[in-house]
Every structure is written in C-alpha cells, then in structure tokens.
Design a protein around this ligand. Structure first.
Ligand code: ADP
Ligand code: MG
Length: 566
C-alpha cells in the first residue's frame, strides 16, 4: 500500500490559488460550469478511448454526471463516470499548470485585483475555480481500466500543498467534493444548483442528475417543507446544443455555449448554426468572437473548432476544418459521415473533410458579409480585432479573393478611422481616375506625411493608407478590385493617366530634357544606392523622394525582411 504523501503545488498554481481565493468573488457561480465541463470532458475522453478498447466501459456504459450535496457536512459533490485519474495523473494534472493558456494567463497578471479578476474570466481557471467557494477539495478517482485498489484520493486546502494516497474505489471515474466555506452555504440548495446548471451547463450532452425533491406536509400543525428523496432526475436537456433545432435554442443559450467552448467571458459578435446536407452531411455552429485571444498570432496550432462525429468528440483541430486565416473562429462541427476512428492524418486526406472545410469557409464569409451590411459597428469591432488576420486570406485563398476584397477596410487620406471599403473608395473616385491608389507605411502618421502623397493631395485624389504589417505582403495578391487596378503610390512612375493635364506633362518632359546633365551626375554619384534618378511631377513641396521600381521590392517589405535578418 502506498502511504499518504504531501506534495507541493507548482509555484504558479500556488500563486493562482491565492488569486482565486482572494479576488474572485464577482462571479462565483462559474465554478459549477468548470467542474461540470471537466466531468463532461472526462466522459468524452472515455468514449474516445473506448472506441479502440470497449472494455473500458466496464459495466457502466451510460455516461453521466451527478451533483449532490450534504447540508449537515456542508459539502457539494460532482461525480462522473468518465475516464478517471490514476495517482500519477492526479498529481500531474491537479498539481501543476499543464495548460499553456493558464500559464499565459499567469504571465499577464498585473497585480491589480480588478483587472486580474477580469482576465481570469477570459482564461478560465478550470478546476481551481472550486476554491472560490471551498476551503478544502477532496478528489477521489479511479482511472478506467485500472484495478479498484488503484484508486486515488487527492486533498487540498488550496494553499501551498496537497495530499495524495491510494484508495480502493469500485466505481470508475471521479468525484470532486467541495467543502464549502461558511459564506458559500447557499449553494446547498437544489433550486439554486438547478438554476446555475440550467444557465451554464444545459448544452452538455450528457445527463446531469440531481436528487429529486418532494414537498412534505408538516405534521401536527408544523409547516411543510421540501425534502430530498433517494431518487435521481435529469436536470438538463442532455442533448448537445448543436444537435437541437434552431428554433428551440435561445440567444442566451447560444451565448453560454460559446463562452464554454471559447473560454471567453464576453458575448460573441455573431454566430451561424446550420445543418448542411449534400455530398456530406454535417452540422456547423460557428462563432465570431468579439476580441482576439492572446495566441491569435500563433499560426502553429490553431484550435477552437471541435470536431464531433455523431456527437462523439474526436478532436480540437481547427486547421482541418477552416483555413488558417480564419483561426479566430470558434465552434463545433458534427459530421454524420466520417468514421469514428478518424485520425489526424486521415482528416487531411478525407474528401468529406475538404468539403466541410469549404462549407465552413463560405459560411464564415457570409457571416462577415452579413455583419458588414447590417451591423457596421460590430463589423468595425471585428475588423479592429481580426482584420489583419483576414487579410492573410488574400495570399492563401485565391478562390475567395473577390469576397475577401469586399470585406477589407482601410484608413485613407479622407478619413481618420479604418473604415473605407474598396467599394466606398471606387464610388468616390475622381472623373478620369483609373486606379485605386494606396500607400504602405509603418504608421498612419508616417503614411499621411509622406512626400509621395503631395500630388494626390493637390489634385484631391483619395489614397488608402495601409499600416498593418501584413498589408505589403497581402496586397501583392490583390491586383485589382471590381475591374480597377490597385496601384501603390510608392512604386514606379505613378501614371496619373487622364488626371494629369497636358501642360503638366509637357513641363515635365521639358524639365527632364533640361535636367539631363544633372540627372546623369546624380545617377553617377548614387550608382550604388539608386537604380535610376528621374524628374517627377508627383512632388509639390518636397525636393525629392524615394520610390521603388515597378516590380521591385517595396520599401516596407524591404524593411520587414531586414528586421527578420534576411
Ligand atoms: P482543463 O479542463 O482546461 O484541462 P482544468 O483546470 O479544468 O483544465 O483541469 C485540469 C486537468 O485535471 C484536466 O485537464 C484533467 O486532466 C484533470 N481533471 C479535472 N477534472 C477531471 C475529471 N472530472 N476527470 C478526469 N480528469 C479531470
Ligand atoms: Mg476544465
């Protein structure tokens, strides 16, 4: 028999626990959501492992979560018959911070309790949220497939350390018992727990069971009361949210579901829920968040779109289900056609997956188009958070260039906000103007003050200002919009076409002739630095400016590559 051991939490966990217990009172109820979702995850894991090893179900194939309380002992217990934990897993998973998200969260803590408490909402602290209401948590578990004697008990008061010991546990799965603080005794109520579960966990696809309560008349003139019986009842809908008909789902329920899967406290900007039938049948429920997560720029392992096959969770692999430039999207896809044992490799090759991915892409585009057309303020929010990511699509998704181009928004010489669409620009073009002009720079101020804009300003021609790092690269792939070419004002000899009047042209030609000897001298003097020197009509006040030859690498891109050490 192994004896009781006392182990220390990883330093970050201890720090996190301190924060949880000292500043997280604003929304205590979320601990239920976190613990129920862990129970549900554990059942998903069992179901997945059992695809290869059916014996893991033992004699309890019906997966479920039970919530019960003991008023006298002031405890609340959440039990699941999912995958369970071995002793080693309990030590590792409950004693250290394995999730990169939580670690990132720790790095961002500011020390300001209010700000930090808000952050916690964004990240979710999972299991540790139990310590918001409990001064001690006992976890008892046995992993599926292990012997009853190989169970584990894990106990902690939520400070520096925890205890683990081996126990015998017949039942597979995990019980988490919260020893509630005095001021959290109000959770010992059927009514309260049911309403929290209804709010946060109704979409969980497993049954969540609680004891039935019954009204008992008082005897001999005493008042009647509700008493807890031995019977259990299911208190949630117990069907996955996305599998229900749209008309039966409220906006509130859609939002709560989003918050659970996205670990986000804020409402999403938009969502779209559809049953798609065709060469492959699937259900998609996709969300556009209101703000960017901390790891938006990590293109390695996008996550947030979960793949289910007939309600069985398979994996969280956004990459197979959406193009990389839509990595901000969160949601669920449930396929009716894929095999349950689908592997990551198979995913990449499957024709069904390819068609799901294309269907999802189209759906996200139409969600954004809808937002842009009907809720411009929300679209502006979206653009500020994710516009730069969406632009990557110009370089990655040629099939949708036109739709993407319509979604682009820019700052320009006529507005201060990043709100000009290419269609707006075209509608405002001067008579005789034949191109959409743009300038790239590191900052909007830098773009606005560029001498390259002088002639445009003089002639009252609008120029789009591009200051995102991706602009230079992405715009290389957008040659025209709706038949009008895109033209960088920092490139080549900027042909103003019909906008240039004859006298100006003539003056320039004469000047070029007159300055020939000077140009030759300048060319000679700058021969290592410039490939050409010429007379221009583009300047009004400044004596000279740098431009890039037609087809040459732009100044911005040049700078970017230098920064990257190329
Ligand atoms: P997350 O759920 O995001 O991984 P949590 O803090 O909620 O993070 O949980 C930490 C880990 O503890 C889980 O990843 C899982 O390994 C383990 N765990 C928590 N609750 C359970 C449970 N009911 N059954 C099995 N494992 C659990
Ligand atoms: Mg969790």
């Amino acid at each position: 028999m192994s004896q009781k051991q006392t182990l220390s939490f990883q330093a970050e966990v201890a720090q996190l626990l301190h924060l949880v217990t000292h500043s997280l009172y604003s929304n205590k109820d979320i601990f239920i959501r976190e613990l129920v979702s862990n129970a549900s995850d554990a059942c998903d894991k069992l179901r997945f492992e059992a695809l290869a090893e059916a014996a893991l179900y033992e004699d309890a194939p019906n997966l479920e979560v039970r919530v019960e309380f003991d008023k006298a002992a002031r405890t609340l217990t959440i039990t699941d018959n999912g995958i369970g934990l071995s002793e080693k897993e309990a030590i590792e998973n409950l004693g250290t911070i394995a999730k990169s998200g939580t670690r990132e969260f720790m790095n961002r803590l500011s020390g300001d309790q209010k700000a930090d408490a808000q952050l916690i909402g964004q990240f979710g602290v999972g299991f540790y949220s139990g310590f918001i209401v409990a001064d001690k948590i006992t976890v008892e578990s046995r992993r599926a497939g292990l012997k009853p004697e190989e169970g584990v008990r894990w106990v902690s008061g939520g400070t520096g350390d925890f205890e683990v010991e081996a126990i015998t546990r017949e039942k597979r799965g995990t019980s988490v018992t919260l020893h509630l603080r005095e001021d959290a005794a109000d959770y010992l109520s059927n009514w309260k727990l049911k309403s929290i579960i209804g709010k946060y966990s109704d979409h969980i696809s497993l049954p969540i069971l609680m004891r039935k309560e019954e009204w008992k008349e008082g005897e001999e003139g005493k008042p009647g009361e509700m008493v807890v019986t031995d019977e259990w009842e299911t208190v949630n809908k117990a069907s996955a949210l996305w599998s229900r008909p749209k008309k039966d789902i409220t906006d509130e329920q859609y939002k709560e579901f989003y918050k659970t899967i996205a670990h986000d406290q804020q409402d999403p900007l938009a969502w779209s829920h559809n049953r798609v039938e065709g060469s492959t049948d699937y259900t998609q429920l996709l969300y556009v968040p209101a703000h960017a997560p901390f790891d938006l720029w990590n293109r390695d392992k996008p996550h947030g779109v979960k793949l289910y096959v007939r309600r069985v969770f398979i994996m969280d692999d956004a990459q197979a289900l959406l193009p990389l430039y839509m990595r901000f999207v969160k949601g669920v896809v449930d396929s009716a056609d894929l095999p349950l044992n689908v592997s990551r490799e198979l995913l990449q090759e499957s024709r069904d997956v390819k068609s799901i991915r294309e269907g999802n892409t189209r759906r996200v585009l139409s969600m954004l188009e809808d937002l842009a057309a009907n809720k411009p303020e929300d679209y502006a929010k979206f653009w500020a958070e994710f516009g730069a990511v969406l632009k990557e699509g110009l370089a990655e998704d040629f099939g949708n260039t036109e739709r993407l181009a319509k979604l682009l928004r820019f700052a320009s010489t006529t507005t201060d906000t990043v709100s000009v669409s290419l269609a707006d620009y075209k509608a405002r073009m001067k008579e005789g103007q034949e191109a959409i002009y743009y300038i790239t720079a590191e900052t909007a101020a830098g773009a606005r003050n560029s001498p390259q804009l002088e002639v445009f300003r003089k002639k009252g021609i609008e120029v789009l200002l591009m200051t995102d790092r991706v602009d230079e690269w992405a715009l290389n792939y957008l040659h025209e919009f709706d038949g009008t070419p895109m033209q960088s004002v920092a490139r080549g000899a900027v042909d103003l076409g019909k906008l240039q009047d004859e006298t100006e042209k003539k003056a320039a030609e004469e000047a070029a002739e007159a300055f020939k000897p000077l140009l030759a001298k300048l060319k000679e003097a700058l021969k290592d630095k410039a490939s050409d020197v010429r007379v221009t009509t583009r300047l009004v006040d400044s004596p000279a400016c740098l431009v890039v030859s037609e087809g040459g690498m732009s100044l911005q891109l040049n700078r970017l590559l230098k920064q990257m050490g190329q």
